[in-house]
Design a protein around this ligand. Structure first.
Ligand code: DCP
Ligand code: CA
Ligand code: CA
Length: 369
């Protein structure tokens, strides 16, 4: 495999940082974002917390009641999760990140791998410069900080990103990988959970350095061929897993309830236009193009009706989406006498290429030289 330069970008204390951005006056206080279960006032778990709160031992996963105890007597802010809001910010940032990569892989709402081998001409100096540029762009456009790890593969990039947080930037060149990993606990490796950690500890393997020196055959005997080899390679910082776009969705859609049941096209379009904008921003964030537009109407008796139209060439135009949507609703209302209770918009027949025809033309074009 050719040498690569891979970057992992992870947004800092993401949900809590989004809340700070929405309301900067809470920044200096402990901010705790909670998933309230609704049973009693304080039942549920902490989703995440800002670094001020972490200083008091408040972190993801602990009960809200425990977080309150740890912050007793300290003026703090407890907020419910608002996933739609965080997703909106995430979509925009992922779009920016994708534009800076040769290939891109979003891992979660706040984390993505970028293969930047070509973009940085295989230079770690250039890759670091690019990382600083990305960090600045995210900060200037979205007022959010992130931590970035740069390395020869995903494994090293991920551990490098975790190495310094928040607002970190850690670069590990190929020749430094072994030295960088050696002192870290085995737990830092993906796939090493509590159980494996215990097992390794009983063999006196505590650090990645210990694991790298441990007999491969013994690892294979203990964990099986695949996992044993995986642990051995990981400890040496070897990872060939490519950075690739995760499976695309089959369709992207949104549905919403109208203020009141209606047959009025204007009222429906008012809502449907907003849905189109929402669907469109998700489509663009994923770098996709559509051919099929579907409208859905949930009638007042809860029957579901749908109409769709497929256009010739893939597009990501919001204008075309709105136009198709409008025609479909108009036709539907002309033909039926249902009162709409909810309306939905979905785009499908998704692809990455704007126009297949163009690709074929360029194919024939290039075969001439
Ligand atoms: N999350 C959650 N429950 C968890 C872990 C995470 O709800 N047990 C949510 C909230 C986080 C988001 O996922 O903001 C991203 O998770 P991370 O593990 O990346 O943690 P943070 O971004 O909160 O903090 P860090 O600065 O350590 O990356
Ligand atoms: Ca994070
Ligand atoms: Ca993360």
């Amino acid at each position: 495999m050719h040498p690569r330069i891979v970057m992992l970008v992870d947004l800092d204390y993401f949900f809590a940082q989004c809340e700070e951005r929405r309301n900067p006056s809470i920044k200096d206080k402990p901010v705790v974002v909670c998933v309230y279960s609704g049973r009693t006032e304080d039942s549920g778990a902490v989703s995440t917390a800002n670094y001020v709160a972490r200083h008091y031992g408040v972190k993801s996963g602990i009960p809200i009641s425990l977080a309150k105890k740890r912050l007793e007597g300290i003026e703090s802010v407890f907020l419910p999760v608002d996933k739609a809001f965080y997703k909106q910010i995430s979509d925009i940032i992922m779009y920016v990140l994708r534009s800076h990569s040769d290939s891109f892989e979003q891992v979660s709402v706040d984390e993505a791998y970028l293969d930047v081998s070509k973009k940085s001409q295989n230079s770690y100096v250039a890759a670091k410069r690019l990382a600083k540029k990305i960090k600045n762009e995210i900060f200037n456009q979205q007022q959010l900080t992130c931590s970035v790890g740069i390395g020869p593969n995903k494994l090293v990039a991920k551990i490098a990103a975790d190495y310094q947080k928040p607002d970190g930037l850690t670069t590990v060149k190929p020749e430094d990988v072994i030295r960088f990993l050696a002192p870290l606990p085995v737990r830092s490796l993906v796939g090493v959970g509590k159980k494996t950690e215990k097992k390794l500890e009983s063999l006196n393997v505590h650090t990645i350095g210990h694991l790298a020196k441990f007999d491969v055959q013994k690892l294979v005997d203990l964990f099986g061929r695949k996992l044993g080899a995986y642990f051995h390679n990981s400890a040496l910082g070897v990872d060939d897993d490519p950075v690739e776009e995760r499976g695309d969705p089959e369709s992207i859609g949104r549905i919403s309830t109208l203020k009141e049941d209606t047959q009025d096209l204007t009222v429906i379009l008012d809502k449907a236009n907003k849905l189109c904008e929402d669907v469109h921003s998700r489509l663009v964030a994923k770098g996709l193009f559509y051919k099929t537009v579907t409208i859905r109407v949930v009638a007042d008796n809860l029957e579901v009706h749908s109409r769709s139209n497929t256009i010739e060439n893939p597009t990501n135009s919001l204008e075309i989406l709105k136009k198709e949507m409008k025609e479909l609703f108009k036709k539907f209302l002309d033909e039926s006498d249902v009162y709409a209770r909810r309306v939905g918009i979905t785009v499908s027949s998704l692809s990455r290429k704007e126009n297949q025809q163009k690709t074929i033309t360029s194919f024939f074009g290039s075969s001439n030289n």
